[in-house]
Design a protein. Structure first.
Length: 149
């Protein structure tokens, strides 16, 4: 019984690691918003780098398919995650742009499908509610961006 529990735990850890592995690495800005605000970005196990500035990143949970459909309806099949991050509101990126109009960026949501990654950024201290009502009522969504490899 102990071996079975250990094997199931190892499979669970591997599944979470494999999900993150899709985001790991360098991504080129593809959408006009990404090209004008963030530029290219990269993911490491506990960091995100945006325009040569690195910020600590913590994976909170995997994204559910219905949440992906709300945020990224045009994205194909894949996997995604919700991350906690702290990017100061006054952090200037490309062309002196900020991510959340002067508010701290607290959450990053990703969805990787093939060689494309969709990213949404949110402000606010509590986990964003990724529901139709919350998103329709201005759920602290700062912007969405598209990147490719």
């Amino acid at each position: 019984m102990r071996i079975r529990t250990w094997v199931l735990g190892l499979v669970g850890i591997t599944a979470v690691g494999a999900t993150f592995a899709q985001e790991r690495g360098y991504w080129s800005a593809t959408s006009s918003a990404a090209k004008s605000i963030t530029g290219d970005l990269s993911f490491a196990p506990d960091k995100i780098t945006i325009n040569f500035s690195t910020f600590t990143l913590a994976q909170i949970r995997m994204l559910k398919p219905n949440e992906k459909q709300l945020l990224f309806p045009d994205a194909g099949a894949g996997t995604g995650n919700l991350y906690r991050v702290q990017i100061p509101g006054d952090k200037k990126l490309l062309h002196k742009n900020t991510l959340c109009a002067g508010d701290e960026t607290d959450w990053v949501v990703t969805w990787v499908s093939g060689k494309q990654m969709n990213v949404a950024m949110f402000s606010g201290g509590s986990i964003p509610a990724l529901t139709p009502d919350a998103l329709a009522n201005g759920q602290r969504l700062c912007g969405t961006y598209l990147y490719s490899r």
